[in-house]
Design a protein around this ligand. Structure first.
Ligand code: PEP
Length: 256
C-alpha cells in the first residue's frame, strides 16, 4: 500500500483573512493519517500564519510553490532558497509546475537544479510534469512527460526519488475544469513509473505519483480508484477547506 498524498496548491491566492477562515474550516477535522498525508502550499508570505495555526492533530505538512535553484545565500534578488523554506517549517516544495515552466521560462535543467536544491535542504520536492494540449494532439504526450522526468532522473539518479513525489499534471487540464479521464491519468502514471523501474524497481514501486488537473470533489473518487494514482495536487478546489478535506478523504478511501 502506498500512502496517498493530497497537496493543496493555492497558487497566487490568499490574504490574512483567508488564512484565518481556512484554518477555522480545517479545525476539528481528522484524516486517516495512515492512509493519507495532507500538504498545504500557500503563497510563501502566508506560510508562517498558515503553518502556525494548523492543529497538530491534522498532521498536515507545509509546502512552498517554488524555491530558488541556488542553494547558497547570495545576490539573488527576489529569490527564496530551499534552506530558508525549511527554516520556516516547510517540509515540501513544488518544482516544475507548468505555470512556472511556461510563464517564468523554467527549462528542464532549471527544474532539475531546483529539485536537487530542495533535497539538499531536506525538503521533499513535488516534481510536476505534464504535456500541453498541442503535444497531446500531436501524439507526443508520452515523449514530453518522459523528457521532463528523465531530465531530473539524470541529475538526481533514480535514488533521488526515494524522498520525492511526482505529479502528473497535463497542462490542458489545469484550471480548465476538464480533468484527464481516470484511464488517461492511469496510463500516464504507469508510463512514468515504468521509466523509473527500468533503473530502480524498488524505488519505482514506492514512488507516490499524484494527479493534478481540475480535481474536484465530484471526480476525485474515480481518479483515486486507479491503482497508479496515489493522490492529487489540487489547485482551485483546494481554496475551499471543506472540498480539500473531502478530496483527501476520497484519497484515503481509494488507497488499497
Ligand atoms: C494546479 O495548480 O497544480 C492544479 C492542478 O490546478 P487545478 O486543480 O485548479 O486544475
Amino acid at each position: 500500500m502506498r500512502r496517498a498524498v493530497v497537496a493543496a496548491n493555492w497558487k497566487m491566492h490568499g490574504s490574512r483573512t483567508m488564512v484565518r477562515e481556512y484554518l477555522s474550516g480545517l479545525r476539528g477535522h481528522a484524516l486517516e493519517h495512515d492512509r493519507v498525508q495532507l500538504v498545504l502550499c500557500p503563497p510563501m508570505v502566508y506560510l508562517p500564519a498558515l503553518g502556525g495555526g494548523l492543529e497538530p492533530s491534522l498532521q498536515a505538512g507545509l509546502g512552498a510553490q517554488d524555491c530558488s535553484s541556488e542553494s547558497d545565500d547570495g545576490a539573488y534578488t527576489g529569490e527564496v532558497s530551499a534552506r530558508m523554506l525549511a527554516d520556516m517549517g516547510c517540509k515540501y516544495v513544488i518544482v516544475g509546475h507548468s505555470e512556472r515552466r511556461e510563464r517564468c521560462y523554467e527549462d528542464d535543467a532549471r527544474v532539475a537544479a531546483k529539485f536537487l536544491a530542495a533535497q539538499s535542504a531536506g525538503l521533499t520536492p513535488i516534481l510536476c510534469v505534464g504535456e500541453t494540449a498541442e503535444e497531446r494532439d500531436a501524439g507526443r504526450a508520452e515523449q514530453a512527460v518522459s523528457r521532463q522526468f528523465e531530465a531530473v532522473i539524470e541529475r538526481a539518479g533514480a535514488a533521488g526519488f526515494h524522498a520525492a513525489l511526482l505529479a502528473y499534471e497535463p497542462v490542458w487540464a489545469i484550471g480548465t475544469g476538464r480533468s484527464a479521464t481516470p484511464e488517461i491519468a492511469q496510463s500516464m502514471h504507469a508510463l512514468l513509473r515504468a521509466a523509473l523501474a527500468r533503473r530502480d524497481a524498488q524505488t519505482a514501486s514506492k514512488l507516490r505519483i499524484l494527479y493534478g488537473g481540475s480535481v474536484k470533489t465530484g471526480n476525485a473518487a474515480s481518479l483515486f480508484s486507479q491503482a497508479e494514482i496515489d493522490g492529487a495536487l489540487v489547485g482551485g478546489a483546494s481554496l475551499v477547506p471543506e472540498d480539500l478535506l473531502a478530496i483527501a478523504a476520497a484519497a484515503a478511501a481509494g488507497t488499497d
